[in-house]
Write a protein that binds this ligand. Structure first.
Ligand SMILES: Nc1ncnc2c1ncn2[C@@H]1O[C@H](COP(=O)(O)OP(=O)(O)OP(=O)(O)O)[C@@H](O)[C@H]1O
Length: 412
């Protein structure tokens, strides 16, 4: 999505991929499913049948505890966010594999469910508080869903009108700016001053998100959801030592996209018909487009040949253009079920996740274009001043030498 003018050199960074294996859940146990996924002890490696895959991290089962996902995968992204980089966490996997659970998208604010989003919110406000002595912050959130190939604003509240009586929602248009960044026309960007306020927007948006019951998940997300936290930071310190640093007028604008995708599904297994079936077709179409983008970006041969990346094939891939192969530091969390009945889908998820590790992003610090220009002019001015000083001291030294030589010749 949108990025400001870029003043610094891009950092080439591969997409980090973690796998989260959830435990067998009651419906699977009732059906007598067995665990078919093995995690190699002490290694970020997953084995399923004859297939072995290696990732940056593996959580759950006999891998690291899932409670470490935040600390190891997400906390470093928050550090980058405060340095001015765009960041993304993307949860991917088949329906019922634990994406919403892992992301904490359904966090209601009552208790900390340990999901990623609640911890991100808490950490951002802790960090901003610690820096408020010399930095001003403007923090905003937006929350959108892609439902049946249309983008909807989940924070565009129709008021107290009951859902059934509410007017039909109007989709948001995707726009591309002159520098190629993607924006959403008229999306609500709510300013928030506390973690609680932010959590309220998340809870309100989650309630509006399209969910439905299928045979595979009683609370299945029927849309792709993107919760975005935007941070604008401006240094306010006026102490003499700070004044001399070149960053004193910096305004950094960075975005954290937290993406909870709808899961891939098979109509036969979800038992979907009618509306649910149509939703499932749209979900799978968006995920297929995402798979093609990952494939084009993650296949080294295709990348070297400069293969076309089909971002425009779906709204999902257009909105994730920066997160995959663009201006963002990105972590993908592939969620899998260990049940033998899901083995085929699990192998598919693991294959995609493995390919995503080869994606190279180009993250840059996002500076406000005016301040970035000002900073460039200031450093040019400083360079010219030092050149001028140097040439002055050079001619003064020459004069001194001439005087010294003249004095010497006079004295001999
Ligand atoms: N790590 C976990 N520990 C215990 N239960 C879990 C875990 N992860 C997921 N679950 C349970 O599994 C079920 C499905 O999880 P969830 O709704 O997060 O899946 P999903 O991938 O978001 O599915 P969909 O794509 O259909 O929305 C839920 O009942 C959830 O509570």
């Amino acid at each position: 999505m949108g990025s400001s003018d870029m003043a610094s050199q891009p950092q080439s960074d591969s997409v980090k991929v973690a796998v989260n294996v959830r435990p067998l859940i009651t419906p699977e146990l009732v059906l007598g499913c067995t665990d078919c996924v093995t995690v190699t002890p002490g290694e970020p490696q997953v084995q399923i049948g004859p297939h072995i895959f290696t990732y940056d991290h593996v959580y759950g089962s006999t891998g690291s505890s899932s409670s470490l996902i935040f600390e190891q995968c997400v906390y470093p992204l928050i550090d980058s966010l405060f340095c001015g980089y765009n960041t993304t966490v993307l949860a991917y996997g088949q329906t019922g594999s634990g994406k919403t659970y892992t992301m904490g998208t359904n966090y209601s604010g009552e208790s900390n469910c340990g999901g990623i989003i609640p911890q991100v919110m808490e950490t951002i406000f802790k960090k901003a508080d610690a820096m408020k002595g010399d930095t001003e912050f403007l923090i905003r959130v937006s929350f959108i869903e892609i439902f049946k190939e249309e983008v909807f604003d989940l924070l565009d509240d129709p008021g107290s009108v009951a859902k059934a009586a509410a007017p039909a929602r109007v989709p948001i248009q995707i726009r591309e700016t002159a520098n190629g960044s993607i924006t959403l026309a008229g999306v609500t960007e709510a300013e928030v001053k506390s973690k609680e306020e932010m959590a309220l927007h998340l809870a309100r948006g989650s309630l509006s998100r399209a969910t439905g019951s299928t045979n595979m998940n009683s609370q299945s997300s029927r849309s792709h959801a993107i919760f975005t936290i935007s941070i604008e930071q401006k240094r306010t310190s006026s102490s003499a030592s700070e004044k001399s640093t070149s960053n004193e007028y910096d305004i950094l604008s960075s975005k954290f996209h937290l993406v909870d995708l709808a899961g891939s599904e098979r109509a036969k297994r979800t038992g979907a018909d009618g509306l649910r079936l149509k939703e499932g077709i749209h979900i799978n179409r968006g995920l297929l487009a995402l798979g093609n983008v990952i494939s084009a970006l993650g296949d080294e041969k295709k990348r070297k040949e400069g293969a076309f990346v089909p971002y425009r094939d779906s709204k999902l891939t257009r909105l994730l253009q920066d997160s995959l192969g663009g201006n963002s530091k990105t972590v993908m969390i592939a969620c899998i079920s260990p049940a033998d009945s899901n083995a085929e889908e699990t192998i598919n998820t693991l294959k995609y996740a493995n390919r995503a590790r080869n994606i190279q992003n180009k993250a840059v610090i996002n500076r406000d274009p005016v301040t970035a220009e000002m900073q460039k002019l200031r450093s040019q001015l400083e360079q010219l001043q030092s050149e001028l000083l140097f040439s002055r001291s050079g001619s003064a030294a020459l004069e001194e030498l001439q005087v010294a030589a003249a004095t010497k010749s006079l004295s001999t």
